[in-house]
Design a protein. Structure first.
Length: 253
């Protein structure tokens, strides 16, 4: 005779990082053309190869402790994340980054960094546009280079090989909050990677999180942040970083 299945609520498991990983479909690979972009006349230059005057340490706002040499900014993983002195609201951002030719590791532990389009708090708080070696390096697609981390995979994979400079051009529309802190218009991002459209007015569900579902926290203007990721591969480098404020700019502290 049939036995009654024992049913009932399954014991609740704590959320895990892999719960929010998406592994397919894999973005098509596109070989980019040449790209470069000198800052236009109305840009705020955030790094021109000379110094880190525009940047501070995220954790204590002390001078940014990354390395500037030969016109290039290189991550100092011990120094942690760095962010702009100024805060921004809506903007166009250009930056160039290079995975070291001697990169090692795989998946998320291969040339991991990121640009947070709004740094809403310490550590990795905010909205991360992922930087990673995604040239023949499979990982979850919503965590590969050009993803809005764990929310939107890139439309295509326009990665260059390690050792070559790559560009991001971003249009960031900040979320809007009501006086009581509810989101009334979500954050949106359009991104070109090496001149190829990879995010087309993507709508964010909240801040980008390693674990759990994204949610919003009110902010009005925030720094732009670069990630010092703890993976063991050699550190990557940046150059030619500039921003153009939109809508008349933000109230900077
Ligand atoms: Mg990252």
């Amino acid at each position: 005779m049939a036995q009654e299945a024992v049913t009932g609520p399954a014991p609740k498991q704590p959320p895990r990082p892999q719960d929010t990983e998406q592994w397919s479909p894999t973005p098509a690979v596109v070989t980019p053309g040449a790209t470069s972009a000198a800052p236009p006349s109305d840009a705020i230059v955030l790094f021109d190869g000379r110094n880190l005057d525009q940047w501070v340490s995220t954790k204590d706002k002390s001078p940014a402790g990354w390395t500037v040499a030969d016109g290039v900014l290189t991550v100092n993983k011990q120094a942690g994340n760095i962010e702009t002195r100024r805060s921004f609201r809506n903007f166009q951002l250009h930056l160039e980054w290079r995975i070291p030719q001697n990169v090692i590791g795989s998946g998320q532990a291969r040339g991991n960094s990121g640009v947070f389009l709004a740094s809403t708090g310490p550590g990795d708080a905010g909205y991360e546009l992922q930087i990673l070696d995604s040239y023949n390096n499979p990982t979850y697609v919503n965590g590969q280079a050009g993803s809005l981390y764990k929310q939107h995979p890139p439309l295509v994979n326009a990665s260059r090989r390690p050792g070559e400079w790559q560009t991001y051009d971003v249009v960031w529309t900040a979320p809007v909050f009501s006086a009581d802190g509810k989101v009334t218009a979500p954050a949106r991002a359009t991104v070109l990677h090496n001149g190829v459209l990879i995010q087309n007015d993507a709508v964010l569900a909240g801040e980008t999180l390693y674990i759990g579902k994204p949610s919003y926290r009110p902010y009005s203007a925030a720094p732009i942040k670069l990630q010092a990721h703890g993976d063991p591969s050699p550190p990557l480098s940046f150059r030619n970083i500039w921003v153009r404020e939109l809508d008349g700019g933000a109230a900077s502290p």
